[in-house]
Design a protein around this ligand. Structure first.
Ligand code: PAF
Length: 281
């Protein structure tokens, strides 16, 4: 595996791949890799001849009072995981390499970025689409692999790829959970042992909602069930609980189409998200 930090070098390498008719699977990440990322890499490995993983903690997707400076980092550990997973190139640029002095171009998807996480994190998706656009351009990948835990992020990137005619196929990959149900996230590392137990209220609430959904299609009462379950946890503070169309991300009242049940909850100071994709049979 090669570790590359400059755009010039990775582009040269990719040109070589293209000359050899390789297909490129790309997994964009912010590092501190876990089994969830590994499941994306494994999928990419099966479907492509070359694999690129990027590790870049993208400053422009963090709000002013968010966790940019404390975001967990472990390039050495990440590098081992990538090497052992058959990654060909680990791309780990610096902030200066991605945003040199004078950088002033941004990519913004409107509409579906205003709701859910976009409401509590107003400039977040603009930062995500800008960096992902850059990374897709740099890697000219055949397929890019994204986790469904950030389902809104997936939909926003999907819209950008469609609207801007980008030649990459996006592959959504299911949420990877710990044995006890907690959705894997690099931010789980912020939780102390008491908070780690509390954090289970997210997946427990969604599990309860799923059972109820088979007999009850009223969004308001399903939201109430989730709210009650999470409110039992003294360390939990709800940011949002919403049931929206998987297609438009607009709230729905009666569940007659495929929906996303999305939740964001603070456990202590750590903001966690989780979701359930419920499909009408
Ligand atoms: O999901 C993430 O880890 C990030 O938002 C992404 C897609 C790598 C962009 O920085």
């Amino acid at each position: 595996m090669e570790v590359i930090t400059t755009i010039k070098e990775i582009k040269n390498k990719i040109n070589e791949f293209k000359r050899n008719n390789e297909t490129i699977g790309f997994v964009p990440t912010m590092g501190y890799l876990h089994e969830g990322h590994k499941s994306l890499i494994d999928r990419a490995r099966i479907e492509n001849t070359k694999i690129i993983v990027s590790i870049f903690v993208n400053p422009i997707q963090f709000g002013e009072n968010e966790d940019l400076s404390t975001y967990p980092r472990n390039l050495e550990g990440d590098s081992d995981i990538c090497k052992n997973s058959g990654v060909d190139i680990l791309f780990a640029p610096t902030v200066q390499e991605m945003y040199p002095n004078g950088f002033s171009s941004f990519v913004e998807v409107t509409g579906i970025t205003d709701c859910l996480c976009g409401k509590s994190r107003p400039s977040h998706f603009r930062g995500v689409t800008t960096v992902v656009m850059k990374l897709l351009n740099i890697t000219s990948c055949t397929k890019a692999y994204l986790g469904e835990k950030d389902f809104q992020q997936y939909k926003v990137i999907e819209k950008m790829v469609k609207d801007l005619n980008i030649d990459t196929t996006l592959v959504p990959c299911p949420i990877y959970r710990e044995d006890d149900g907690l959705a894997k996230s690099s931010r789980n590392s912020y939780l102390n042992s008491e908070e780690r137990i509390s954090a289970l209220c997210l997946s427990k609430a969604l599990k309860k909602a799923k059972i109820e959904l088979d007999k009850n299609k009223d969004a308001k009462s399903i939201i109430e069930i989730i709210k009650n379950e999470i409110s039992k946890e003294p360390l939990a503070k709800i940011d949002y609980i919403e049931i929206v169309s998987q297609d438009t991300l607009k709230p729905i009242t009666t569940i007659k189409e495929n929906v996303l049940i999305a939740i964001a909850v603070f456990i202590g100071k750590t903001r966690l998200i989780d979701n359930l994709l419920y499909n009408i049979k």
